[in-house]
Design a protein around this ligand. Structure first.
Ligand code: PEP
Length: 251
C-alpha cells in the first residue's frame, strides 16, 4: 500500500513572515492526517527557516531544485549535500519551469536525480507533456522518454527511492486541471511502463498528480487507483486550501 503524499511547491514566492505563518498554519492539518505524508518544497533561501519551523512536527520539506555538482565554481547553485544538511527529505527535479526556463534536458534532469539520491535526498521527478503534445496524443511517448532517460542513468531500482510527479504543462498554473480520467490514464501508463522493467518497483513508487490541483479537484483525483497524492503549486500557498487537499488524501 502506497502512502499518499501531498507536497507543496512554493516556487518563487514567500517572505520570512509568510513562510512562518504558512508553516505554522500547516502544523495542525499535518498532525491530524497521519495517513498522509505532508511536505513543502521551498525556495532555497527559506529552507533554513522551514527547518526551524518544522522541527518536531509532521511536516517534511524539500528543495525546488538541486545542482548536479557537490561543490566548486558554480555560482548561485545549491548542492544536494547543502540541501540535505538543512534537513530536507525531498528535492524536486525536472519541474517543467526548470526544463523551460533553464534549458534542463532529460539528461540533466537524470543527473540531478542521481545527485539527489547520492546525497540521501528523495528526488521528486516531474514529467509531463505540453499542450501541443497533449493535442497530438503524444503524452505516453513523452512521459516514457522522460522516464527512460532516468532509468538509463540510474536503473529501475532507483525508483524505490524516488517519487514521480505527473504534471501536464497545460494544467500548471492555468486553472485547467486534467480530469481524473485523463490523469488516471497517464498514471497507469507510467506505472505499466515502469512495470515493464520491474513490476515490484512499479507497484511501490508514489506517482503524484500536479497541475491546478486544488481543494475542489483533489478529492476526485485522489480517488483514482494510480494517483498517490499531489504536487501542488498555487493552492499550497493558501493554508486553508492546502489543508483541504491534505484531508482529501486521507485514507
Ligand atoms: C507546480 O508548480 O508543480 C504546480 C502543479 O502548480 P499549480 O498547482 O499552481 O498548477
Amino acid at each position: 500500500m502506497r502512502k499518499p503524499l501531498v507536497m507543496g511547491n512554493w516556487k518563487l514566492n514567500g517572505t520570512k513572515e509568510s513562510v512562518t505563518s504558512l508553516v505554522n498554519a500547516l502544523k495542525e492539518p499535518a498532525a491530524q492526517a497521519p495517513s498522509v505524508e505532508v511536505a513543502v518544497c521551498a525556495p532555497a533561501i527559506f529552507i533554513g527557516l522551514v527547518e526551524s519551523l518544522a522541527k518536531d512536527t509532521a511536516i517534511k520539506y524539500g528543495s525546488e531544485d538541486v545542482d548536479v555538482h557537490t561543490k566548486g565554481a558554480f555560482t548561485g547553485e545549491n548542492s544536494p549535500e547543502m540541501i540535505k544538511e538543512f534537513g530536507c527529505k525531498y528535492a524536486i527535479v525536472g519541474h517543467s519551469e526548470r526544463r523551460a526556463y533553464h534549458n534542463e534536458t532529460n539528461e540533466v534532469v537524470a543527473a540531478k536525480y542521481k545527485a539527489a539520491q547520492e546525497s540521501g535526498l528523495i528526488p521528486v521527478l516531474c514529467i509531463g507533456e505540453s499542450l501541443e503534445q497533449f493535442e497530438a496524443q503524444q503524452t505516453a511517448e513523452v512521459v516514457k522518454t522522460q522516464l527512460k532517460a532516468v532509468i538509463d542513468m540510474n536503473g529501475i531500482k532507483s525508483f524505490e527511492n524516488a517519487v514521480i510527479a505527473y504534471e501536464p504543462i497545460w494544467a500548471i498554473g492555468t486553472g485547467k486541471t486534467a480530469t481524473p480520467e485523463i490523469a488516471q490514464d497517464v498514471h497507469a501508463t507510467i506505472r505499466a511502463y515502469l512495470a515493464s522493467f520491474d513490476a515490484e518497483t512499479a507497484e511501490k513508487v508514489q506517482i503524484l498528480y500536479g497541475g491546478s490541483c486544488n481543494a475542489k479537484t483533489a478529492p476526485d483525483l485522489f480517488k483514482q487507483p494510480d494517483i498517490d497524492g499531489g504536487l501542488v503549486g498555487g493552492a499550497s500557498l493558501k493554508p486553508l486550501d492546502f489543508a483541504a487537499i491534505i484531508k482529501a488524501a486521507e485514507v
